[in-house]
Every structure is written in C-alpha cells, then in structure tokens.
Design a protein around this ligand. Structure first.
Ligand code: ADP
Ligand code: MG
Length: 697
C-alpha cells in the first residue's frame, strides 16, 4: 500500500519532471499521497442559479443560464475585446473576452442556451462577467450535482497552467487510480462511536462532494482523524514518560515554608498558591513532572517557579532556569539572587557571553553541588554543562524554545529525569495548548496580584501626536519612564529601520532635556544590553525600541507604552508588549498609534486590545483572526502543520478526538489489541519526525 502513495508526482499523467519540480517548490508536495491531501479550500456551489436582474456586487460567483443574442468587438490593439450580449428572461448583461477571441467566436453560438459562471462585476448599471466559464446547457447534466472544488495554486503554477481547475483534473485522475489502495486507518469501534465515514468515502467526497451532506461527513472524518492522531502521539509520549521515567521524590518543604513565612515580600494570589500545590503534588508522586504553567503577563509566574525551585533545593537537588534571551536571563538572575541570597542559596548566571573563567568556575560548583540554581539562556542545555544532581528545570517563555530543546534537558540527570516546568509568556487558547503541549499537564494562573490597576489603552491616530507627546511629558514629569516601540518584523527591513531612526530623532528634538535609550535588532547584543540596563536603572527616561524588548523585561517604573504602527502587530504581540507596563502600583497607559486607513482586521485587533486586558480572551480572538501558525511563530509550526483542521473552529472535534485517544490508550497503551493493529501499522509507516500522523504515506 505504502508504495502507491509514495510514488513521486512526476509519474502522474500530464505532470512530468519539470512541473513536478515546480509543484515541489511551490506547494511542498513530493508524492501521490501529498497531492491527494491537497484538499480544496472552498467549493463553488454549482447547484444553484442566478437571475441577471438579481445580481449584486457582493456575489463571489454567479451561475446563470441564458442565451447570447449577438457579439460585438470593440477597442483596438491591446484593448481589443469581444463582448457577448447575454440575456435571460429577467435582463441582459455582458460576457467579455480579452483573449482567445477567435476561438470563442468559432465555438460559442448565439441563440443556444448556455450556462455561464464567473464573478459578476458592475459597470454603471450593467453587470458583466469577464472570461466566464461557459458550456452548453445540455452538457451540464454531469456537473449539476457537484460542489466544484477550488484548490490553492500559486502565480508560478498558474503560469505553467496549473491553476485550480487543472489541479482538480489531476487530482481526479489520481484519485481514481488511488481508490483500490486506500485503506482505513481508524479502528471500527472508533468509527462507530463517533459516526465517522470510511476513509475512502472521505477522500472522494472531500475533493468531489456529491452534495453538502457528503462533504460535511468527509470533512468531519478527516478532521477527526487528523486531530486524533496528533493526540494519540502526544498522549503516547506522555504515558511512555510517566511509565518509564521515575521522578525524584521531593518530600521536604521546610525551605519553602521558611521563605514563605519569613521572606516573601507580598502575599500570593489564590491562583499562585493553587499552582504551587499542583506542582508540589507532582513532586511527591514519584513520577517525572512535565507541567506547563500558563498565566497572563504580570500574573507572577517567576515567583511560582522560584518557590518550586526552593522545594527542589530543599531536597538536595539543583535547578536550572532557562530564559529565551541573555538580557532576560540576567534580569531573572538578579531578581532571583535577591530572594536566594538571604536563604544562603548559591545562584549563578550562564549565557553565551559568559567568560571562559566564569564558565569553568560555574562548572566546578555544579560538580561539587555547591551551586544550587543556575539561571541562563540555552547555553544551559549544551552538552558540556553537567549538573551533579539536577532535580528541576524551569523553562521561561516557552514559545522561543522548541520541543526538542525541552527533551535535551531530560538527559541532564543520569539516574532520574529532572522535573520539567514550562512557563508560557502569554496565555494560549485551550485548543492550542492541547495541541502544542498535549504531552504536558497544564496549570493556569488565572488571576493578577491584588492592587494592579488595569492599563488604560487608547487608540491614537498619527495626527494626534502632539497630544500624545504632551501625555508622555506629563508622565515623565511625575518621574515615570516610557517605552516607544516600532515594528521590526524582519530585522533587516530598511524601511522599518528608517521609521525607528526618524522616530528617535523627532523624539530627541521634542524632548531635548530628556535622556533616551535606543534598542534595535541591528545593534550588537552587548550594546543592546547596555541600553536596556541604563533604562532599567532609571538612567534614561524613554526607551525607543523595536520588538526586541517584547519578552519579559521588568521595569516597574515604566508606565507608558507607545506602540507605533500598531496595525502591523499581531494581537498577542500587542498584549505582550502592553504587559511591559502596569507592573508597578501606578496607573499605566498604552497608546496604539496607527494611520487613518485600517483594514477591518486591524481595526478588530486594536478594538480588542482597547476593550480588554484579559490575555486569555485576547488569545482566543487572535487565534480566530490569524490562525495558529502565526500566533505561535514559525518555530512551532511543525506541531501545527494541520492539513484540514482549524484550531480556532474545531475545538469540539479536538476535545472528542483527545478523549477518544485517551480512552483508547488507557485500555491498550501499546496498541496490542488486534483491532488496534490498524493504528499501529499506520503509525509505524511514518518516520519518527513526522508530527502529523494523519498524512497519507
Ligand atoms: P510574569 O507572569 O509576566 O512572568 P512576573 O513573574 O514577572 O510576571 O511578575 C510580575 C511582577 O509582579 C513582579 O515584579 C513580581 O515580583 C510581582 N508579583 C508576583 N506575584 C505577586 C503577588 N502575589 N503580589 C504582588 N506582586 C507580585
Ligand atoms: Mg515572566
């Protein structure tokens, strides 16, 4: 079976090596299996017909039955076009051709009934279709029942005549050949329980649906299957770990209690306490912990992590705390050191720019066990860094780390796998969490510390800059500090750089008496850090920066966040940036500055942010607006490489699929049961790196 779907697409009729290479490059497809999973992204309804008098501008497509009364050719040279006057019983419109005029005149005859199809556009009071699909009414019988599939193509593919229609033809031929080779990959019991149609049926009707009901069934089955296999994989990973990997048991909580009663400078929120309890329960369970802590910006994840590290240290093990950037690592180091020193706990910081002598003394202290908490960047997970007895690894702001890097940490303790605590920078929607972190247990800090004033967020137009500057001035007079952030989507984009520099200069001109810092991707990281530190110490009043400051830096005295060209940022990113202020007890502000013209999506984003401070709500909206790939950045796209499901809308199916996978693995964790062989075979036909097991291969 595998061999048919593995055949390279160049062996398909009408494709050949050259087009195959292009499809390869443009769509990333190599074999028959790939191409069969090039599902239509929408369907044109050819079951209903429109009347000319009822056409509107809003119609994407219209299908009309009528007759051509006569042809006219107008215009000269490149503007020459053929117009067919087309009538039905309700009115008249124009069919327009710019090319292939001779052929049309030969083939299409006035007075005969045709079905035409295309996007109607209006010129004055009159509608026209340019280059419509056209065929005689009588021929249409075969077509009538179909929802026509529409496939993604690309400009380059279209140039080589591989448009949606051509792809449809190729897939139709391929599908006919493939049918005898298609085997189901779900056990009967699951298909029954969730009323899923056969794989064969679903592949046929996803491409060429007989009717809407068949299409729905096909889509449902394929989505279910896709999500089911992803969950099966994640839960298998999780179970395998629980089964195989014993966890170090931490029973002693004296150190934690001592800190809690004698040193903690504030009282914990109920949510923070709950999460610490959940983690402590893991520590005592005898199993290796793999837990994700979700929480909004400013919800106080760091102190939770620190208190868990105290448990680990109190049980004679060491901790690693990993941050995504050097500056964050240092900031965490300084913050945690302040807590740790009075307890007599030794800490150190290790980053890419740590000197050789520092490194070797850190290594010595790690070996002796004297060093208890090592904070750093991914320099921590390098092979050569060795712990005497690593008990807990904390990964802050996870989305910058890959799943593979997380796995590397497990090998840092030879006798036991260390407990792993992952913390997200911002909340992520449940569906996304279940997919990205489905192999982890999840804890949520759904509460902010008491006394935080919600940040006041306002949308401002470029034209209101004078007003904006005077607001900034007032805050600075009160002793506060200000961030002004510019987009820099690609660090090399010269336009962005110019915007930033122009902005910096105009701010310098407007506020000659103030001290400014600047931070952008073109600077050496040493200089960036220097500027960040000056700002953090309060030596400068305004930080002009690109999104390099996005994650995690903590300057409680900063009370104003200005985001320039805010329409160019994603929602979660805006929320994350906004989270840089509002960390102290003062009222904070966020100003989203945009031009006058905004797309409706940009408006929706800005509006969401203005009206809500709730990171969970914002993340849900972001997922709906942008889709999961964009939300998490490309690093994670592997796990989100979904062919047909949509995490924004298929949450219900995901829940069912996850439950189905959980139940199945509970009963038969190794897929030994005869009826589950089919799953096992399917999974085994993949190499280990394939995340999405629902791919045909
Ligand atoms: P995040 O969850 O975004 O990582 P941090 O851990 O940086 O948030 O915490 C933000 C700020 O809130 C820090 O200055 C921290 O000391 C403070 N903080 C944390 N928990 C509490 C609490 N329960 N009460 C008051 N302040 C707190
Ligand atoms: Mg943080």
């Amino acid at each position: 079976m595998a061999s048919f779907f593995h055949k390279p697409i160049e062996y398909l009729k009408g494709i050949g090596p050259e087009k195959a290479a292009l499809i390869n490059k443009e769509l990333g497809y190599f074999n028959f299996g790939n191409l069969l999973q090039h599902y239509p992204f929408r369907y044109e309804d050819r079951t209903s017909f429109h009347k000319i008098s009822l056409l509107t501008d809003e119609l994407n497509n219209a299908q009309i039955i009528g007759k051509i009364t006569h042809f006219e050719t107008i215009g000269e040279g490149r503007k020459r076009r053929l117009i067919g006057k087309f009538q039905d019983e309700t009115g008249e419109m124009d069919l327009i051709w710019f090319q292939g005029i001779k052929w049309i005149i030969q083939k299409i005859k006035p007075g005969i009934a045709y079905i035409v199809f295309g996007k109607p556009s209006r010129y004055g009071q009159r509608f026209n279709l340019s280059h419509p699909e056209i065929e005689p009414l009588g021929n249409n019988s075969g077509n009538k029942q179909f929802l026509h599939p529409v496939y993604h193509s690309s400009e380059k593919l279209k140039k080589r005549f591989l448009d949606s229609k051509a792809l449809s033809k190729i897939i139709k031929l391929l599908l006919a050949e493939a049918i005898p080779h298609i085997e189901d990959n779900l056990p009967l019991s699951i298909k029954k329980q969730f009323s899923l149609v056969e794989k064969k049926f679903s592949l046929i009707h996803i491409h060429f649906p007989k009717d809407r009901i068949s299409l729905k069934k096909a889509q449902y089955r394929l989505k279910f299957e896709e999500l089911f296999f992803i969950q099966l994989r994640l839960i298998t990973l999780k179970l395998a770990r629980i089964d195989k990997f014993k966890g170090i048991i931490f029973k002693n909580s004296e150190l934690l209690k001592n800190f809690y009663h004698a040193h903690l400078p504030f009282s914990l929120t109920i949510a923070q306490k709950r999460v610490i309890k959940e983690i402590y329960a893991d520590f005592r369970s005898g199993k290796q912990m793999n837990r994700l802590v979700q929480g909004d910006v400013g919800s106080g994840k760091t102190i939770v992590a620190f208190m868990c590290m105290l448990i680990a240290v109190g049980n004679h093990t060491q901790c690693a705390f990993m941050a995504p950037t050097e500056i964050l690592a240092e900031q965490h180091y300084h913050g945690l050191k302040e807590f740790a020193d009075p307890l007599g706990i030794k800490t150190a910081c290790l980053t890419g720019s740590s000197k050789k002598t520092e490194r070797s003394s850190i290594q010595e202290e790690l070996n002796s066990g004297e060093l208890k908490i090592l904070i750093g960047t991914h320099a921590l997970i390098e092979e050569k860094v060795k712990f005497k007895n690593l008990g807990l690894a904390v990964i802050d702001e996870q989305h910058r780390f890959g799943v593979a890097q997380r796995a590397q940490l497990w090998n840092k303790n030879k006798t036991y796998y260390p407990h792993i605590l992952v913390m997200t920078a911002t909340p992520i929607p449940r569906t996304l969490a279940m997919t990205l972190y489905g192999d982890l247990d999840i804890s949520t800090i759904d509460q902010l510390p008491i006394g935080r004033k919600p940040i006041i967020t306002r949308h401002m137009r470029d034209a209101q800059r004078i007003q904006l500057f005077s607001l900034i001035e007032k805050e600075i007079e009160k002793g506060r500090q200000v961030y002004i952030v510019y987009p820099l989507i690609e660090e090399s984009a010269t336009m962005d750089y110019k915007d930033l520099m122009d902005g910096y200069e105009s701010i310098a001109r407007r506020f000659p008496q103030l001290h400014l810092s600047i931070c952008h991707g073109k600077m050496k990281s040493k200089n960036k850090d220097y500027e960040m530190r000056r700002f953090a110490k309060g030596e400068t009043n305004i930080m002009v920066a690109t999104t390099v400051i996005e994650v995690g830096v903590d300057v409680p005295n900063a009370s104003v966040m200005v985001i320039e060209s805010a329409e160019r940022f994603g929602l979660s990113q805006l929320h994350q940036l906004r989270g840089r202020v509002g960390r102290g007890s003062e009222q904070s502000y966020c100003f989203l500055v945009t031009g006058m013209r905004l797309t409706s999506e940009a408006k929706a984003r800005i509006q969401t942010l203005v009206s809500s401070n709730d990171g969970f709500k914002i993340a849900e909206t972001d997922l709906k607006l942008r889709g999961p790939g964009d939300l998490m950045g490309t690093q994670q796209s592997g796990a989100l490489d979904l062919i047909i499901s949509d995490l924004a809308t298929d949450g219900e199916i995901l829940k069912l699929a996850r439950n189905a996978a959980t139940d199945l693995l509970k009963k038969d964790p190794l897929l030994h049961a005869p009826e589950n062989q089919i799953l096992k075979n399917h999974i085994n036909s993949f190499n280990k790196n394939v995340v999405n097991w629902s791919k045909i291969s």
